[in-house]
Every structure is written in C-alpha cells, then in structure tokens.
Design a protein around this ligand. Sequence first.
Ligand SMILES: *[C@@H]1O[C@H](CO)[C@@H](O)[C@H](O)[C@H]1NC(C)=O
Ligand SMILES: *[C@@H]1O[C@H](CO)[C@@H](O)[C@H](O)[C@H]1NC(C)=O
Ligand SMILES: *[C@@H]1O[C@H](CO)[C@@H](O)[C@H](O)[C@H]1NC(C)=O
Ligand SMILES: *[C@@H]1O[C@H](CO)[C@@H](O)[C@H](O)[C@H]1NC(C)=O
Ligand SMILES: *[C@@H]1O[C@H](CO)[C@@H](O)[C@H](O)[C@H]1NC(C)=O
Ligand SMILES: *[C@@H]1O[C@H](CO)[C@@H](O)[C@H](O)[C@H]1NC(C)=O
Length: 367
Amino acid sequence: MLLKFCKHNESSTNGGSTNFALLMSLLLVLVAKINGAALNGSNYQYQVGGQRTPADPQVLHLLLEDSDMVRVWGTNLTAITWAHAVNSQQLLEEALTETANIDFIEADIVLGKLNGEGEDMPVMAHPPAIVSDLSLSEFLNRITEFNRNHEGQEKGVKLDFKSIEVFEGSLDILDESIPNMTYPIWMNADILSGPVDQNKTVPVDADRFFAGCMRYKKAALSIGWTTNWGADFREGEYTQDQCDAMLESLTANNVLSTGQGITFPVRAGIAANSQEQLHRLVAAVNETNESTLTIWSSAGDYVDVDKLRQLIFGFGLERVYLDVPEELASQLDLGNPGNGASTFKSLFSFSFVSLCFWALSSWLQRI
Ligand SMILES: *[C@@H]1O[C@H](CO)[C@@H](O)[C@H](O)[C@H]1NC(C)=O
Ligand SMILES: *[C@@H]1O[C@H](CO)[C@@H](O)[C@H](O)[C@H]1NC(C)=O
Ligand SMILES: *[C@@H]1O[C@H](CO)[C@@H](O)[C@H](O)[C@H]1NC(C)=O
Ligand SMILES: *[C@@H]1O[C@H](CO)[C@@H](O)[C@H](O)[C@H]1NC(C)=O
Ligand SMILES: *[C@@H]1O[C@H](CO)[C@@H](O)[C@H](O)[C@H]1NC(C)=O
Ligand SMILES: *[C@@H]1O[C@H](CO)[C@@H](O)[C@H](O)[C@H]1NC(C)=O
C-alpha cells in the first residue's frame, strides 16, 4: 500500500524544478503518516500485554484448527521449541523422548540411499550427505505414531526438501502419510537464489514445488532463498529484488488465494540486515493472507543480535518462529522487551525515511 502511494506521487511529478523536490518530501511525509496510522492500527502493533505460557499446546492446536498459521494472533510463536536437522534414527529417537520438550521437528530430505544400499529413495540427510539410516517414510510414520499415543506432547513437522527431484519423488509417500497426520506439517524449500550472491546451490524449482504442494491444503508453505553466510560475513541482505521475486513467484503460482499458511524462513544473520525489505514483503503478502517469518541460523553464523531483536519485536512475537541455536536464543533475551515499543517506533520512522529516500531518488533519476 505504501509503495503504491509513493509510486503514485512519483508519477504525478514530472517537472524539473527544485520546488518539486520540496513538495515531494512534504507529500511523502504526509503519506508516511497516513500509512503509519493504518499499519499501527492493524496487524503490526506490538502488544506488551499477552502473557501466554510458552509452548502452550494450545498454540499448536490453534495452528491445527485453522491449518492457517495466520490465525495465531496474540500467541508467542518464538516460544515454540525446535529440534533442528533431525536426520537420523538417533536424533529422531531423542526428539521423540517424552522429556525432550520439543514442539516442532525440522529435518532435511535428499534423494539418497538407505544405509548406503539399494535404490535411491527419499532419505533424511543434509547435503552433501546422501546416505542415511532413516527414510522419509519411516520418519513420518514414527512421528505420526508418536503423536497418536502422546496426547498433549504432539510434534509438528517441517520437511526441508533439498531438490525438486526428491520432492517429486516423495509425493507418493506424502500422499499416504499426510492425511493421517493431525499435526502441523510444513513443506519447506529454498525456491530462489538468495544472499549473499549465492550461486552454489541450485534452488528448488518454484513452479513444480508449488504444484506438488497444492495436494496438501493443510500443509503450510515454508519458502525461502538459498543463502551463503557464516562466521566471517557482516554485509549482506535479502535484497528488494529477491523479495520481489518471491512475491512474483507466489502470485504467478496463485498461492495467495489458496488459504495455505505461508512462512518465510530467513537466516538470522542476513534477516537482521533486511528489516525493511522483509516488512514490505510480509505486508504485500498480507494483502490476501497473512504470513510469518521463521528465523533460523546455523551454528557459528555471525548475527547482529541487536538488529535481530529489532526485527523480532518489529514484527511481534506472534509473527516470528525462532529456530536458532540455544546460545543465540538466550542472547536475544526475548523475555525482556525493554524498549521494544520505542524500537518499534524508530524502526517505522526508519522505514519511512528510507522509503521516501527511495522514492525521491527514483524521481531524481527520471529528471
Ligand atoms: C499507534 O498506536 C499507539 C497505541 O495504540 C498510539 O499511542 C500511537 O499514537 C499510534 N501511532 C500512530 C502513528 O497512529
Ligand atoms: C492412514 O489412514 C488410513 C485411512 O484412515 C488407514 O487405512 C491407514 O492404515 C493409515 N496409515 C497409517 C500408516 O496409519
Ligand atoms: C558465483 O559467484 C562468484 C562471485 O560472484 C563468481 O566468481 C563465480 O564464478 C560464480 N559461479 C557460478 C557457477 O556462477
Ligand atoms: C486467504 O485469502 C483469500 C482471498 O482473500 C480468502 O478467500 C481466504 O479465506 C483467506 N484464507 C484465510 C484462511 O483467511
Ligand atoms: C492485512 O493488512 C491490512 C492493512 O495493512 C489489513 O487491513 C488487513 O486486515 C490485513 N489482513 C488480515 C487478513 O488481517
Ligand atoms: C515469548 O517466548 C520467549 C521464548 O520462550 C520468552 O523468552 C518470552 O518471555 C515470551 N514472551 C512473552 C511476552 O510471552
């Protein structure tokens, strides 16, 4: 909405005098104010109230009832606990122990060999590994069975498909398992090339991925960008072009009209540098349905903790899943919103000022 407003102003200015620049800035400030009020009044408000118990099973039941992540306003999604890269018998065993206190199991699927033998099939492993002692089919069955027998301790599942081949090769298994899974299930893939100049990993074909996911209306879509980051990175962001490409892909595949839940997995260190673009993306997707962010991080990744806190409180705890190593989670100190409210305000002012600069500079380029 904000962008449309700015664009409109931009196209109405085709003179070349400096007075126009002044008028332009005034208009933009006005537009920013109007939009500020609108956004503030709706979904972006940060509420300090809402004292929900972390990892309350009801949170997950809410997800279930609506299959649409969007309806979970007022809940603290950062409190949901994750087991990450659960790609072996042993790790699955650990995640499924009654004391593990895990809400969501994240795991990777590649086309590879079960125990290094036989035909290629979907197995649980993270590239470059292509051998596992756990097949996708057993992984899903074990979780379904656990959930059936452990009321109140059920686990959600996030399936990270590493190639379009393994995704399409998994459809038969998913067709059988998913109807029996009464808990949240997320289909994840990196469908676009992302930061920082990532060109080593081939993204999962977006059109084919969306086409397959259409079969599972109750599954949420978790769609992201390939990334290139680590301990030595400082600069780098999800660029406006990369966010626009995501929106285009969603639109082109008619995803926004299906009512499927959407979450954008973003790598903590890069997301911290991309607040404006991510706000714009989520705001744009919300024109039809709401979406969330899932912040993840690899161990050892550089993360600007202050900026990441800003990002999380800027979106609100009810819009952000947090699947990061314990060390980072504790540094974030989310129990202490501190000046969260003012951070939120300054973030907004910051976005508006930047947007206005953007509009002004595109206008200047035209004269
Ligand atoms: C945003 O909401 C808060 C609390 O409801 C209010 O105090 C503040 O004036 C609002 N800001 C704008 C720009 O409307
Ligand atoms: C899944 O559900 C179908 C129909 O309800 C049932 O026939 C089948 O045995 C179930 N499969 C598993 C693995 O529980
Ligand atoms: C990937 O990007 C790097 C740096 O921009 C470049 O040197 C390299 O040739 C690229 N590789 C491919 C396969 O495009
Ligand atoms: C998502 O948006 C579409 C189009 O506006 C609407 O028909 C649908 O009911 C929405 N889904 C949910 C779960 O709100
Ligand atoms: C999405 O945001 C707009 C304004 O930004 C708001 O009017 C609308 O209610 C939101 N959509 C939903 C489904 O909450
Ligand atoms: C949200 O969850 C986080 C992580 O468990 C916790 O630190 C924080 O206190 C919670 N905040 C609220 C408002 O419930």
